[in-house]
Design a protein around this ligand. Structure first.
Ligand code: M6R
Length: 608
């Protein structure tokens, strides 16, 4: 987490840094700060609030070189003293995203060497380390390289020095960082959205790269210290895609972008008459022919997408599938099977646990790897042999919405491609699935029309402290996702259960104060679900049921029915997700929480 932006230019960089920070604020928002160089001295301005508060404090700040940071606290509470940039002896300033694992040892050593620490962060050791090498007469680049050689952990950093107004040094290992190439000005940032106000020309850095930027150009050194060229690419991201437009919150915007996001993700498939493995990469056909099982690794919402996919993959493609929470898998002794397709699912492609789980799987001998991801240049995409990019566009709200439904679409395509390759799909079944996929964006659009109804329903949750979500089969993960959305942004304690499991314990929780939200598609488990709902009602539980039109579940005292426009067969989990996202959103509005930046969270979890 944490967002970094830096710039060296022929104009005042403060507005560039602040605009960049605003756009990176989704990565962390405990505090923000910047340092600019001017007249051979560094000026540091920090704030414990949001970037808007930092902006107020920087009205008189100027400089043609600077680095800035928005923080998600790991080491040390959110406070001004822990806010980045961190300085060493007023000479060196550093911003950092990541975690330095050996910082305690370094801190002891540096303290013994006379360095005084003013924060609780791991980052401050980087500033002092660079200073210690710089003080020996090394250039800023050399001092940074020498310091980095002593660090264990993950970092993306930006460094400037008071007596060097022309150079900014940056580096990455394990955390994202890219360059922005302007005209006579060069930038560095954690993601491309921060660069867009200045330039679309970007250079994605590789693991271990260290870069020296000046006003007339930049030099990149790879992990081995060799000067290397990296391609300048033109980002296709549009400015509008990261702006709020007519919406009140990014989450609301992103919920409404789902029809387009799904259409974009499915575009190549829906425009063709048949499914081909090539959508997962050139080597997909050969890889798919060599696998006998799937292992999905992911966290949070992306894990829920994996849980839905398990149903599809086993039922439609007939291929065994297990789904594991990445942070658990990475520390578990498991039995590797080289014929498994290890599939990582991630919106950001940066999630540290998912990356570590993938690397662990590889270390166990897994050779077949696939990334389903929303960020093309992300670490996970680079680490995998195969890839399918979801085309949700930037997702800014911390609560994942359009990334989830597009992940489901991608996983459904994986299912169909594998089913076809394994001879489990007739031509007419394939055509029927393609037909349903083409209809999906319109079906989602129709569900979005439930918004006013759900906004009214949400009023009934304003005074609730707990909620129970129920689903069965393919829709149990959707209940999990609904509960995660609600707790994440409204802070209501929410749990999800497979409805058949109620009587084995959770039914004890049900009384008139416990709203029970159920996903009720018209599928093979409908009658079983209806019985489970009766069990709830018999104990006084208030039921809120999102039911397909033909389920014949009737509204009654204590039973509120929200009718879904249509039943979408295997794609039903995608449709049933939408009202639960809207419910969480409108309940959060009722509660008055910070919808897009809920407390204690950040968008990309790049630390363990
Ligand atoms: O970027 P990723 O998909 O790898 O992120 C995984 C989780 O951190 C993420 O889905 C998280 O659970 C969301 N905030 C949920 O809305």
């Amino acid at each position: 987490m944490c967002g970094i932006v830096g710039a060296v230019a022929q104009r005042n960089v403060v507005p560039i840094l602040l605009e960049g920070l605003q756009r990176l604020e989704y990565r962390g928002y405990d505090s923000a700060g910047l340092v600019v160089g001017h007249d051979a001295k560094l000026t540091r301005v920090v704030s414990t609030g949001r970037v808007a508060e930092l902006t107020l404090k920087t009205a008189a700040t100027q400089g043609q070189i600077g680095i800035a940071h928005t923080r998600w606290a790991t080491h040390g509470v959110p406070s001004e003293r822990n806010a980045h940039p961190h300085m060493s002896n007023d000479l060196i300033a550093v911003v950092h995203n990541g975690i330095i694992e050996n910082y305690e040892v370094l801190r002891i050593r540096l303290t013994a060497g006379g360095y005084v620490f003013t924060s609780d962060t791991d980052t401050e050791v980087i500033a002092h380390l660079i200073h210690s090498h710089y003080a020996l007469g090394n250039s800023l680049l050399e001092a940074t390289q020498a310091a980095l050689a002593e660090l264990v952990g993950a970092y993306a950093i930006g460094v400037i020095a008071a007596d060097n107004p022309d150079q900014l040094v940056c580096a990455r290992r394990g955390s994202p960082l890219l360059l922005g190439v302007g005209i006579g000005e060069y930038l560095v940032a954690s993601d491309v959205s921060a660069l867009l106000p200045v330039t679309r020309n970007v250079v994605y850095l590789e693991e271990g790269d260290v870069v020296e930027l000046g006003r007339s150009g930049y030099r990149i050194f790879d992990a081995g210290g060799r000067c290397v060229e990296r391609a300048v690419q033109v980002s296709e991201l549009s400015n509008e895609s990261v702006e709020l437009g007519e919406y009140r919150h990014y989450m609301q915007k992103e919920i409404h972008e789902q029809p387009q996001a799904l259409a974009d993700t499915l575009e190549s498939v829906c425009n063709s008459q048949s499914l081909v493995p090539g959508i997962f990469g050139a080597e997909a056909a050969a890889t798919f022919a060599d696998i006998d099982s799937i292992l999905i690794l992911a966290c949070g919402t992306s894990y829920h997408a994996g849980l839905v996919a398990k149903f599809w993959l086993e039922e439609i493609a007939g291929i065994p599938c297990s789904v594991e929470i990445a942070s658990e898998y990475r520390y578990r002794i498991s039995v590797p099977n080289p014929k498994t397709l290890v599939t990582v699912v991630s919106q950001s492609g940066e999630t540290a646990d998912t990356q570590a789980a993938l690397n662990y799987a590889k270390s166990l001998g897994h050779i077949h790897t696939l990334a389903i991801c929303n960020v093309p240049e992300s670490a996970l995409v680079r680490l995998c042999k195969l890839r399918m990019l979801t085309r949700a566009g930037p997702e800014i709200g911390v609560a994942s919405t359009k990334a989830f439904t597009t992940q489901l679409a991608a996983l459904f395509l994986l299912t169909l491609v594998l089913a076809k390759q394994r001879g489990r799909l007739t031509v007419s079944q394939e055509q029927q699935h393609l037909h349903e996929l083409r209809h999906l964006p319109a079906a989602v659009q129709k569900v979005l029309e439930m918004e006013p109804l759900i906004a009214r329903l949400a009023e009934q949750f304003a005074d609730k402290h707990h909620a129970l979500f129920l689903g069965r089969g393919l829709h149990y993960p959707i209940a999990l996702e609904g509960a995660l959305k609600l707790k994440e942004i409204s802070y209501i304690h929410a749990e999800a259960y497979p409805a058949g499991e109620l009587k084995h314990g959770p039914l004890a929780l049900v009384d008139e104060d416990m709203p029970v939200i159920s996903v009720a598609p018209n599928d093979a488990l409908l009658e079983k679900l209806k019985s489970n709902l009766q069990e709830v009602r018999a104990r006084g539980g208030e039921l809120y049921v999102f039911a397909d039109a033909d389920t014949h579940i009737r509204a009654a005292d204590g039973i509120h029915i929200m009718q879904m426009p249509e039943h979408a067969g295997y794609l039903s989990p995608i449709l049933h997700t939408i009202p639960l996202q809207l419910l969480a959103y409108y309940v959060a509005l009722q509660k008055g929480t910070d919808v897009d930046k809920p407390r204690n969270l950040a968008k990309s979890v790049t630390v363990e």
